[in-house]
Write a protein that binds this ligand. Structure first.
Ligand code: ZN
Ligand code: ZN
Length: 581
C-alpha cells in the first residue's frame, strides 16, 4: 500500500530499522526524583513501535506513567467561576480555580451553543507543535465536569456514564446509589470504594468483584455477608479473614460452627465507633500477620502485573480485565488489545501513550479523553473522530488539524509535513507535557503516586492548587471527640455541622443520604474527609507499583505489589498455592 505520509515514513524507517534491544537513559533522569534512570527497549517493544509507527520513547515507563496521570483527576472537586460569557455562577468543577483554561459548566459544554471549529487555526510545521497546541488549548473551552449521558441526580460525578443517584463518584458505568468512589462498574448501594465491579450493598471496598452485603472488603470476590475480608473468594458469613477460599462461618480464619459464628457476630455492633475501630485494628494486624499473594493474577496466561483477570500476554500492567498484548497499561478493563502505555480506558485497540481513552477507539496515539475515535494523534476531549491531528473538543470530525477542516488529500500532505518536522525535533512520539493538563498537579492522580511539594511542582512549571480555606467561623464544628459513639445517636441535624477529620484536621460533612446508609447497615461514621479516605484506598494498592522483592517462603525473586520492607510477607504464586490454600 502506498504511504499517505511518505516523507514521515521514510524518516521513521531510518530510526526503526536500526533499532535493536538496548538500555536507554531517560531524558528526565536529572529532573524527576521518581525516574528509573535507564530503561530497557526490548524486542517486543520494537515490534510494537513498528506496528504503531512511532519512534521509541525517550522517557522511562515510570516517567511516562506520571506524565499521563497528571491528566486524570479522580479525587478533587472545586467551586470555580464558569467562563461562559454572561455566566456569573460558581460551578462544580474538577478543573481547579488556579488553572488558566477557559472552563464551561456541564450543561453548556455538552450543548451546541459553542463550536470547537470556531477556534480553527493554521498549522506551521516548522514551529514547535507543542507551543502551537498550547495556544489552541488556551482558547478552546474545557469541561468543568466530564460526564457521559444518562446520569440523573449525579451532578457531583465525573467521567462515568449511566450513573443514577451517584455522589462524588469518579469513573464507572451503570451504577446506582453510590457515594464516594472511583472506577465503579455495575454496582448498587455502595459507599467508599475503589475499583469494584458487580457489588450490591457494600461499604469500604477495594478491588472487589461480585459481592453482596459485604463491609470492609479488599481484593475479594464472590462473597456474601462478610465483614473484614482480604483476598477471600467464594466465602459466606466470614469475619476478619484473609486468604480463604470456599468457606463459611470463619472467624479470623478459624472455622466455627454456624451457631457459634452467629452468636459471636451478634455480639458485635459495628455501628459503635469504638467497636468498629477495635475490629479495624484487629483486622489489619491480622492481615499483616498473614502471607499475601505477591500479585493477584486470575485466569490469565503469560502475565506480569497485579489485579489482572482473564488476560493474555500482558506485562507491567495493573487492574486489567479481558486484556491482550498489553504493556505498561494501568486500569484497562472491558477488552483492551495490542496497546502500550494506556491509563484508565477500555474496549480499544492499538492505543499508545494515551490517558482516559477507549470506547471502540483504534490506532490512537498521544491523546487524552478520547472515545470512538480512530487513526488520530494528539487529541484532547474528542469523540467519534477519524484522521484528526492536534485537535481539542471535536465531535464527529475527520481530516482536521488544529480544529481546522482539510480535504483528505490536503490533510495527509499537511500531516506528513508536521510529523516529519516533529520527528526531526524529537517532538513526535511524546505525550503532552504535564503542564498541558487541565488539572492542577496536586489534584491529579499523579500526586497520589508521585507526590511533590508545592515548590517542586512550581519548579517544574506545573500548576498547584492551594487548599481553599473553608471559613469555619459560621459553621458549627464537631470534633471527633464530640461524635456520639452509636450511629443511632448521630441525628440528621448534625449533618449540617462540620466534622474535623481526625488525621487531616480538615472539615467534612455527612450527607443525610449517607447517614441513612450508615444507620441502615449499622456502620459507625467515617472519621476523616472523603479525600483522606480515597488516599488510604490508593495506598492499599501500593499506588499501582510492582517492584522486585523476595518470596517470604522460598526466597526466590518475585514481582510484588507488597514490600517486605513495609512488614508484608509476599509469597510467590506456587508457595501461596501450596502453603496457604
Ligand atoms: Zn524517567
Ligand atoms: Zn515462594
Amino acid at each position: 500500500m502506498l504511504s499517505k505520509t511518505p516523507q514521515f515514513d521514510a524518516l521513521l524507517d531510518v530510526i526503526l530499522e536500526k533499532l535493536v534491544p538496548h538500555m536507554k537513559e531517560c531524558r528526565q533522569r536529572d529532573i524527576s526524583q521518581y525516574c528509573e534512570g535507564s530503561f530497557a527497549i526490548e524486542a517486543d517493544d520494537i515490534d510494537f513501535y513498528k506496528m504503531l509507527r512511532v519512534p521509541p520513547p525517550t522517557l522511562c515507563p515510570t516517567c511516562r506513567h506520571q506524565r499521563r496521570l497528571a491528566f486524570s483527576n479522580y479525587s478533587h472537586i472545586y467551586k470555580r467561576k464558569c467562563d461562559v460569557s454572561g455566566h456569573r455562577e460558581m460551578m462544580i468543577s474538577a478543573v481547579a480555580p488556579v488553572m488558566p483554561w477557559i472552563t464551561y459548566d456541564y450543561d453548556t459544554y455538552y450543548s451546541d451553543v459553542w463550536d470547537p471549529r470556531d477556534y480553527a487555526r493554521d498549522a506551521l510545521p516548522n514551529d514547535s507543535f507543542f507551543s502551537q497546541f498550547l495556544e489552541l488549548e488556551k482558547v478552546v473551552p474545557q469541561p468543568g465536569v466530564r460526564r457521559g449521558a444518562d446520569s440523573p441526580n449525579s451532578d457531583y460525578s465525573f467521567y462515568g456514564k449511566h450513573m443514577k443517584d451517584c455522589y462524588y463518584v469518579f469513573g464507572g458505568r451503570r451504577n446506582e446509589d453510590i457515594m464516594y468512589g472511583s472506577s465503579i462498574y455495575d454496582c448498587t448501594h455502595v459507599v467508599d470504594a475503589y475499583y469494584i465491579r458487580h457489588i450490591d450493598v457494600g461499604y469500604e471496598h477495594v478491588g472487589t468483584h461480585q459481592m453482596s452485603k459485604c463491609f470492609h472488603a479488599y481484593f475479594s470476590s464472590n462473597c456474601v455477608e462478610c465483614d473484614f475480608v482480604y483476598d477471600c473468594r467464594n466465602c459466606q458469613n466470614c469475619f476478619g479473614c484473609a486468604n480463604l477460599r470456599n468457606k463459611n462461618y470463619c472467624w479470623f480464619n478459624e472455622q466455627l460452627s454456624k451457631e457459634e459464628y452467629q452468636k459471636r457476630r451478634k455480639e458485635i455492633d459495628l455501628g459503635s465507633q469504638a467497636t468498629k475501630l477495635e475490629y479495624q485494628k484487629k483486622f489489619w494486624n491480622f492481615v499483616r500477620s498473614q502471607p499475601v499473594c505477591a500479585t493477584r493474577v486470575l485466569q490469565s496466561v503469560d502475565v506480569t502485573g497485579n489485579d489482572v483477570r482473564s488476560s493474555k500476554n500482558c506485562h507491567h500492567v495493573t487492574q486489567v480485565e479481558d486484556g491482550q498484548n498489553l504493556k505498561y497499561c494501568h486500569f484497562a478493563i472491558a477488552g483492551m488489545v495490542n496497546s502500550y502505555d494506556m491509563g484508565f480506558g477500555g474496549k480499544a485497540e492499538n492505543i499508545y501513550d494515551c490517558q482516559n481513552t477507549g470506547t471502540s477507539s483504534m490506532n490512537v496515539r498521544f491523546s487524552f479523553a478520547v472515545k470512538e475515535t480512530t487513526e488520530s494523534d494528539y487529541l484532547i476531549s474528542c469523540s467519534n473522530c477519524t484522521h484528526c491531528f492536534g485537535c481539542i473538543g471535536l465531535k464527529n470530525a475527520s481530516y482536521m488539524i488544529f480544529n481546522k477542516q482539510y480535504t483528505e488529500e490536503e490533510y495527509f500532505k499537511k500531516v506528513d509535513e508536521i510529523k516529519s518536522a516533529m520527528l526531526a525535533r524529537e517532538e513526535y512520539g511524546e505525550f503532552f507535557p504535564m503542564s498541558f493538563s487541565c488539572y492542577a498537579y496536586n489534584s491529579s492522580l499523579a500526586q497520589f503516586l508521585f507526590p511533590m511539594e508545592k515548590s517542586e511542582v512550581l519548579a517544574q512549571t506545573l500548576y498547584f492548587q492551594d487548599e481553599t480555606d473553608v471559613d469555619l467561623s459560621n459553621l458549627q464544628i464537631l470534633n471527633p471527640n464530640d461524635l456520639p459513639d452509636a450511629i443511632e445517636d448521630f441525628t440528621e441535624e448534625m449533618c449540617s455541622k462540620a466534622i474535623i477529620g481526625e488525621d487531616s484536621g480538615k472539615p467534612y460533612r455527612i450527607t443525610t443520604r449517607e447517614l441513612e446508609f450508615y444507620k441502615r447497615y449499622k456502620i459507625a461514621l467515617p472519621l476523616d474527609t472523603p479525600l483522606e479516605r480515597t488516599k488510604r484506598r490508593f495506598a492499599l494498592l501500593n499506588n499501582f507499583r510492582i517492584e522486585k522483592d523476595h518470596c517470604a517462603s522460598c526466597g526466590k525473586e518475585i514481582d510484588s505489589a507488597y514490600r517486605s520492607s513495609d512488614g508484608w510477607r509476599p509469597y510467590c504464586e506456587s508457595c501461596y498455592q501450596i502453603e496457604i490454600l
